[in-house]
Design a protein around this ligand. Structure first.
Ligand code: ATP
Ligand code: MG
Length: 247
């Protein structure tokens, strides 16, 4: 069963159709990348799946349940998460505190947490696990402002994992990072993809080809092609669409 299935999803802005009758299946065991030139509709499609935009037409299913039009918090609660912008990180706080706050918030304890020692221990354990998974054990006590861009990006992704999603959508997780930090992020994405279905929008073709099981190519709001990295690379329509449009 697909973890996400869309049927004819369409979204326009004024006269422009940003996403045009997109029907795709996202398979839970695959790392899927969505590629395409600037303005192809990739981010808009992510925004529709995660409830930030309502589609003008079409349906979105999560494990065969129709989630079209649900509010964002309900979509998150179903198990669909996305990375947010860097602004959601408290720069003056430590890595540990950032993750801790997100973990306890997403476990839904809120204020009643205080005084419940066993729950507190659960939050600490989960916080440690997430920080270790990022490979930031040594930076746990550091203020976030002292982290590199790549480490902040790791933290951003880790915060999206605190809601314990079944599927995580990452929009350009490598953008603006130098090569060594890109390698670190792509290794982390590969690692988390063992436990969570990951969908990545990314322009870095080397990364996309290396990490993806399946690639969806968007062009002018539509799905132009899909397949394994090798299939997509050889697709003549894809090559034509990218001529002059991609770096
Ligand atoms: N909120 C909005 N209001 C109006 N037009 C929008 C809005 N969001 C996106 N668009 C337009 O919709 C089209 C698709 O944009 P989108 O951001 O989804 O593309 P993208 O594939 O993510 O591109 P990029 O690779 O540059 O991030 C573009 O023409 C864009 O200008
Ligand atoms: Mg985009």
């Amino acid at each position: 069963m697909a973890i996400i299935r869309t049927e004819n999803v369409t979204k326009g802005f004024g006269g422009l159709i940003a996403v045009n009758r997109v029907s795709v299946d996202i398979h839970p065991e695959q790392l899927t990348s969505i590629i395409g030139p600037n303005g192809a509709g990739k981010s808009t499609f992510f925004n529709i799946i995660t409830g930030f935009f309502k589609p003008d037409e079409g349906r979105i299913f999560f494990r065969d349940e129709d989630i079209t039009g649900l509010p964002i918090h309900q979509i998150v609660r179903k198990g669909i998460s996305r990375s947010f912008q860097i602004l959601n990180i408290f720069e003056e706080s430590t890595v540990w505190d950032n993750v801790w706050v997100a973990v306890q918030g997403s476990l839904g304890y809120g204020k009643e947490l205080l005084g419940r020692v066993e729950k507190l221990a659960g939050v600490e354990e989960e916080t440690s696990r997430i920080i270790a998974e990022m490979g930031l054990e040594y930076e746990g006590g550091s203020q976030v402002k002292y982290l590199s861009y790549g480490e902040k990006r790791l933290l951003e992704i880790a915060l999206a994992l605190t809601t314990r999603p079944k599927i995580l959508l990452l929009d350009e997780p490598m953008s603006g990072l130098p090569a060594d930090e890109r390698r670190r992020i792509s290794a982390y994405i590969k690692q988390i993809a063992q436990a969570v279905t990951v969908v990545v929008v990314e322009h870095d073709m080397d990364v996309v080809m290396a990490i993806s099981d399946r690639i969806l190519v968007m062009y002018e709001g539509r799905i132009l092609a899909s397949g394994t990295p090798a299939e997509v690379r050889q697709d003549v329509r894809v090559q034509e669409a990218y001529l002059g449009a991609m770096p």
